[in-house]
Design a protein around this ligand. Structure first.
Ligand code: GDP
Ligand code: MG
Length: 336
């Protein structure tokens, strides 16, 4: 358990010293853990870390695992990780789900014991605390994935808290999405948000050892047979049981098939490009914002302006325009 918990950050933060970097490159897990803690706890350090990682990331396939709480995402992540490792991959697993860490849940027999994976050098697992307001992802997730990839992992599984907006967040930082359900989610299928059904590349009905599996499989097939959406072809729907160790090989086959297609079709690169575009955008937004608030007492001004606007029913955009033009005026001579 201890291995999965966040190393508590030193109050002064973690320095990216040459020694730390050297240990990281030498494959020392402790160094990887420290670097992850750094990007997780020190958002200001992301630019520095990211520059260090250059040239070491871009090839890994990132796989999102999402679904309602308790369906077996963590259990299945471990099983998939093992399956991928047995196919000569080096696998990173990130869980953003404080309620059921890898070692949580009542463990089944000893078929898939995650403790067994702890000492497996082909697999690197890490839990992150999810943060309010970010769906099921910690905002550091994509950066943590970068660190893990640079550490040498070529498949990265990202398990999210399966609630609300999370599924759509998953899409932003992964190359494919596996939606996990279980027999008792049968009735819920009709009401699953269209969004998640649309983005799932593979659907899994886990706990197929429990009654009701066929009903769920049928409902899912029915939902997809309705078509009518602008979705690509219906995704594969696979029944698995972690308890009986059934269907997992097939699932790993599907994941690997999808990964191969992604790479060969150029879509993997395209997704990566899109993520970089977003990174650049948000980097610029952040820096402009920082510059803006550094130079004025803007938070208080915005509060005051908002109060006035609420009172008189006016639009906030005149203020936005004015604020932006002031940033431009201030920055131009400097940057010239
Ligand atoms: N019967 C059965 N239970 C399972 C299976 N997979 C996982 N579980 C159990 O379901 C519970 C929730 O699993 P967990 O992986 O923590 O789910 P998560 O919240 O989606 O990450 C745990 O008690 C697991 O042992 C399965 O295939 N069959
Ligand atoms: Mg979990």
């Amino acid at each position: 358990m201890a291995q999965f918990q966040k190393t508590s950050a030193l109050s002064h933060g973690i320095d990216l010293t040459p020694a730390l970097w050297k240990s990281f490159l030498a494959g020392q897990r402790q160094a990887c853990a420290r670097l992850i803690t750094k990007v997780e706890n020190e958002p200001d350090s992301i630019a520095e870390v990211r520059e260090k990682l250059a040239g070491r990331i871009g090839k890994a396939v990132r796989i999102g695992l999402t679904g309602p709480p308790g369906v077996g995402k963590s259990t299945l992540s471990s099983a998939i990780a093992l399956g991928l490792a047995n196919r000569d991959h080096r696998v990173g697993v990130i869980a953003v789900d404080p309620s059921s860490p890898f070692t949580g849940g009542a463990f089944m027999g000893d078929r898939i014991r995650m403790e067994n994976l702890v000492g497996d050098s082909r697999i690197y697992m890490r839990s992150l605390a999810s943060r309010e307001g970010h769906g099921g992802l910690s905002p550091a997730t994509p950066h943590v994935a970068d660190v893990i990839e640079a550490f040498g992992m070529d498949r990265i599984l990202i398990e999210t808290v399966g609630v609300g907006q999370a599924e759509l967040d998953v899409l932003d930082c992964t190359d494919m999405v596996v939606l996990i359900l279980q027999p008792s989610t049968g009735d819920a299928i009709q009401s699953l948000k269209a969004g998640i059904i649309e983005i799932a590349d593979i659907i899994v009905v886990n706990k197929s050892d429990l009654p009701g599996t066929d009903t769920v499989l049928q409902s899912l097939r029915f939902v997809y047979s309705l078509g009518g959406s602008n979705r690509r072809p219906a995704p594969p729907i696979i029944a698995t049981s972690c308890q009986q160790n059934e269907g997992i090989d097939k699932l790993v086959d599907e994941i690997e098939g999808a990964a191969a297609t992604l790479i060969e079709s150029g879509r993997h690169e395209e997704l990566r490009r899109r993520r970089i575009v977003n990174e650049i955008r948000s980097g610029i937004q952040r820096r402009l914002w920082e510059r803006y608030i550094a130079e004025s007492d803007v938070e208080r001004t915005i509060e005051r302006v908002a109060r006035d606007l609420v009172q008189n029913g006016e639009s906030p955009y005149a203020f936005v325009r004015d604020a932006c033009s002031r940033i431009e005026l201030k920055s131009r001579p400097k940057e010239a």
